[in-house]
Design a protein around this ligand. Structure first.
Ligand code: LER
Ligand code: MN
Length: 271
């Protein structure tokens, strides 16, 4: 069964970004529970930014899951990328992601690699960058295995990466890797920019899809834009997707209303 989740950012440097709740993790957990979400997704500046013991007690108190932990702070704060020209920066990028895998893993939450994938450019050409990205995904995907969680890799739209921008390119990358423990994140906002047909892309992604960012065409909460959700929901059901639909959207008009509109859309589509 597809489960609902809502994002919480405690990264100051990411202010203005597409996250529903901000700053106060305990308050956001209690709101998520009250609205009926199954889980929360945490965007944190570093491991232990919310101590693991606090996460444990809050999740237990509210009977919530931890859907995933984002790693974007590695890029936003530290400018780390997996395809940086400098080997020492690439190693630091992997160390940061490994520490995030270790943070979420005990809660059954996979780490997401989005912006930390970086871009190819004048110093690192496209095949080299894709090779470096692939090697890092294998290493980190295998690291995640000890927690029985996958590593989640997110194709982004063309304005945020030039590496992998579609589900199809993501599947091509993953199927060439020497691991089966990396899954794709289908972010409906990025897909709305890059895919010809979102439902067809999800069907073709099939078992490779491991996480969904549930958001509307304008990056507002599901229901506030012009996304055609019915075929998307049908495609997810048809491929027997049973992960999270996690609200990663702007808190428009405000976090509470964004969360409320999201769960209303989620229930209409998936319950
Ligand atoms: C970035 O645009 C995004 O969608 C996030 O999930 C990754 O940091
Ligand atoms: Mn996303």
């Amino acid at each position: 069964m597809i489960k609902s989740a809502v994002t919480i950012s405690i990264v100051d440097e990411a202010r203005g970004g597409p996250f529903v709740f901000w700053d106060d993790f305990p308050a956001a957990c209690s709101k998520a529970k009250r609205l009926g979400f199954d889980a929360v997704e945490l965007f944190a500046p570093a491991p232990e930014a919310v101590p693991s013991s606090d996460i444990k007690s809050l999740l237990e108190e509210h009977e919530l899951g931890l859907a995933a932990v984002g790693t974007g702070a590695g890029m936003v704060i530290h400018k780390l990328s997996l395809v940086d020209p400098s080997e020492s920066v690439r190693e630091k990028a992997k160390d940061f992601i490994r520490s995030m895998i270790d943070y979420g893993g005990p809660f059954g939450a996979p780490a997401i690699i989005g912006s930390m994938q970086g871009r190819w450019g004048s110093e690192v050409d496209e095949p080299t960058a894709l090779g470096l990205l692939g090697e890092a995904l294998v290493e980190l995907g295998e690291h995640a295995r000890q927690y029985r969680v996958p590593l989640i890799y997110e194709p982004l739209n063309r304005y945020e990466t030039n590496l992998v921008t579609t589900v199809e390119a993501g599947v091509d990358l993953l199927t060439g890797l020497d691991t089966d423990n990396v899954k794709l994140l289908a972010d409906l906002f990025h897909m709305n920019i890059e895919e010809a047909d979102l439902a067809a892309a999800l069907r073709a992604g099939g078992k490779h899809v491991g996480h969904v960012h549930f958001v509307d065409s304008n990056r507002q909460p599901a229901g506030a834009g012009h996304m055609e959700y019915e075929p998307i929901a049908q495609a997810l059901r048809d491929v027997k997707y049973d992960g999270y639909a996690s609200a990663e959207c702007f808190p428009i008009p405000d976090p509470d209303e964004a969360a409320r509109l999201t769960i209303e859309s989620f229930e209409r589509l998936f319950r």
